[in-house]
Design a protein around this ligand. Structure first.
Ligand code: SAM
Length: 300
């Protein structure tokens, strides 16, 4: 990612370089930070349309305009489906948006964040106060700096819900999309626990979803994905991987979800109990990708 100057020298555009044959550019009014952290190249900018936004290694991670979609769906779907989640593990999530949503559940007692890059957490504290809202300093939160793959391979902790809020499977994020990593996530889930993952945009990244479904199918009784639409992540639906041995979690009745949602006292801008259930209804092309993954699993 490099701030590019378009013919009008007064304008600045950020151009995402995630795909070789497809580029998106966002006009920005200010670049607030543009530097290398210990692990990644971090750019923070301000756009009139998307608000404050940041990129890592040329890929847009978040904009304040639509982060609520992503963070609400990653937090509330597994926690409200589970119904008794106390211990939450977050792999990645250095921008603080996910932990902030998770902490809205008073029933959550402990959140462990396994984040690779201290630079991302520091920048989020400084440049994204409206997102973080002091969540990193909540007494229920513990931050473990280091590779998330090493964390799940070695930790003694056990979790009701693990959420993988990672970058894409390139660079340091690649370690969070491997069969070994998913196997270790399974190891540290409590019985009846659920794993959810950032799993890309199926229209542009079908292989990412297919390979995760192949791994999940070999590990969990219920392996699928649910969907949300995050305008910043161009390409239509974003997929969230879902893996659990408690096959009843996906069948929690609407009335029960509505009760839990009301009891949690959540104010949301995207998530609703109705949408929760609907988000597991997959369009044919995405269902086919997931099915290809399952079919490719050992014994699939
Ligand atoms: N919403 C974004 C997306 O969908 O692409 C993800 C945002 S979140 C900031 C991604 C986080 O994953 C970053 O803070 C990054 O440092 C972290 N990360 C990348 N590779 C990691 C690894 N191997 N272990 C732990 N965290 C990692």
């Amino acid at each position: 990612m490099r701030p590019t100057t378009d013919p009008d020298p007064d304008e600045s555009w950020l151009t995402e370089t995630l795909y070789d044959d497809f580029r998106t550019s966002i006009k920005v009014d200010r670049v607030l930070f543009d530097s290398q952290t210990e692990h990644q190249h971090l750019v923070v900018a301000e756009s009139a349309r998307f608000g404050r936004m940041f990129t890592l290694d040329g890929v847009t991670q978040l904009t304040m305009a639509d982060e609520f979609v992503y963070h609400e769906m990653l937090a509330h779907v597994p926690i409200l489906a589970h119904g008794r989640a106390r211990d939450i593990g977050i792999i990645g999530g250095g921008d603080g948006g996910l932990v902030e949503e998770v902490l809205k559940h008073a029933s959550v007692e402990r959140v462990t964040i396994a984040e690779l890059d201290a630079g991302v957490i520091e920048f989020a504290r400084t440049y994204l106060p409206d997102l973080v809202r002091g969540a990193f300093d909540d007494p229920r939160v513990e931050i473990v700096l280091g590779d998330g793959a090493d964390f799940v391979a070695t930790t003694e902790r056990r979790f009701d819900v693990i959420v993988v809020d990672s970058t894409d499977p390139i660079g340091p994020g690649a370690a969070l999309f491997t069969p070994e990593f998913y196997t270790d996530c399974r190891r540290v889930l409590k019985p009846g626990g659920v794993l959810v993952t950032q799993n890309g945009v199926p229209f542009f990244q079908p292989d990412e979803l297919e390979s995760s479904m192949r791994s999940f199918t070999g590990l969990f009784a219920d392996a699928t994905c649910y969907l949300g639409v995050v305008p910043t992540y161009v390409g239509g639906f974003m997929a969230f991987g879902w893996g659990t041995d408690d096959v009843a979690l996906r069948g929690v009745p609407l009335a029960t979800l509505q009760e839990r949602f009301a009891a949690a006292g959540l104010e949301t801008r995207y998530y609703t109990p109705e949408l929760h259930l609907a988000s597991f209804a997959l369009p044919r092309f995405i269902a086919d990708i997931a099915e290809r993954g399952r079919a490719g699993a050992p014994g699939g």
